[in-house]
Write a protein that binds this ligand. Structure first.
Ligand code: CDT
Length: 321
């Protein structure tokens, strides 16, 4: 039985600091309607899609940053997106800053079924950057200040997406660079990874040179390898363009389980890309080269979960005598 899914990735152009959520939501509704007209069954929006990428702005007092977070989902501001999804019978993935009723802060993503119900929630695990103002940096990246490490693990759920039940999972931005995260999804037979990102075109750490073109290469390399090694599709979707004077590189892609790019954004603006995905493609890798039950060797992987950091190896010495 063919299991096909028409998958849309909705890249967003920049959202400026002064712009309210209604601007972003209006743009997302237009993209969702376009996705529907083009036959898509699900649309994936980026990380922190409702506002500018605010972790570039330092606030001494965390409470002064509260206005960047959502304490309800849907809210008055996001309701039009949920209504459009219901009207068109299309599911969507949304990244946003979450503040829980007990005051905890997470970088969060949800998959919303066309009924408006949240079928899957994920909270970002690999938070990049730093917690305190770093005077050496060209631009701050304060995710470690504004968010806690996600407490939901890497969940996968089998949920209706379009006309099929699909094993869906999520990663958020920096997570895509960590093979461990992909593998935990792969261990749950994920078929589709929804992934939003905000990645600057330049390395802002100011601690050494990184060529401009390698930034996109590393992003694509990570997603393509993750899909190939775990036999899944991914929609990796950017916020792009010059936001608050700082460039985000775009280059959103949809990737198949062979690691091939099926569609790629070519602008740094709002842009929809679509791919017709045959979900049965996931079986080939999962049942042959990446048949985990047959070929994985967890007994040899101890250091991966035993500690975070690497260690120098023992020095080789010529055998005595
Ligand atoms: N948003 C996000 O996770 N961005 C990072 C860049 C971090 S630079 C400190 C990324 O991995 O793309």
């Amino acid at each position: 039985m063919p299991r096909r899914l028409v998958l849309a990735a909705a890249q967003l152009g920049p959202i400026q600091r002064a712009e309210g959520r209604e601007v972003a939501v209006g743009r997302m509704v237009r993209l969702l309607e376009l996705a529907h007209r083009r036959g898509a069954e699900v649309v994936v929006f980026p990380e922190l899609a409702l506002t500018t990428f605010f972790p570039r702005w330092y606030e001494d007092d965390l409470a002064a940053a509260d206005h960047w977070y959502e304490s309800a989902m849907p809210s008055n501001a996001t309701a039009p997106l949920f209504e459009a999804a219901r009207r068109h019978g299309i599911g969507f993935h949304l990244g946003y800053a979450e503040k829980t009723p007990d005051g905890r802060r997470f970088n969060t993503a949800i998959y919303v079924h066309p009924s408006g119900q949240v079928a899957l929630k994920y909270r970002k695990v690999h938070l990049p950057g730093h917690a305190e103002h770093d005077p050496q940096r060209r631009v701050q990246h304060l995710e470690k200040r504004y968010f806690e490490v996600g407490d939901l693990g890497f969940p996968v759920v089998r949920a209706p997406v379009g006309g099929n039940d699909v094993n869906i999972g999520m990663l958020i931005c920096n997570d895509r660079r960590w093979p461990e995260a992909w593998r935990v999804l792969g261990m749950q037979q994920v078929e589709l990874v929804m992934l939003g990102y905000n990645t600057p075109s330049l390395n802002m750490a100011n601690r050494g040179f990184e060529a401009h073109h390698l930034r996109v290469f590393h992003s694509h390399l990570s997603v393509q390898a993750g899909c190939y090694q775990n036999a899944c599709f991914a929609a990796a979707v950017a916020k792009a363009g010059t936001e608050d004077g700082h460039e985000l590189f775009g280059h959103s892609i949809i990737v198949n389980p062979q690691g091939e790019i099926m569609a790629q954004a070519t602008s740094w603006e709002d842009e929809l890309i679509i791919a017709d995905c045959d979900l049965e493609m996931c079986r080939l890798g999962r049942e042959t080269i990446f048949d985990f039950a047959a070929h994985r060797r967890p007994d040899a992987y101890g250091p991966i979960t035993a500690r975070a950091g690497s260690q120098p190896p023992p020095a080789w010495t010529a055998a005595a005598g």
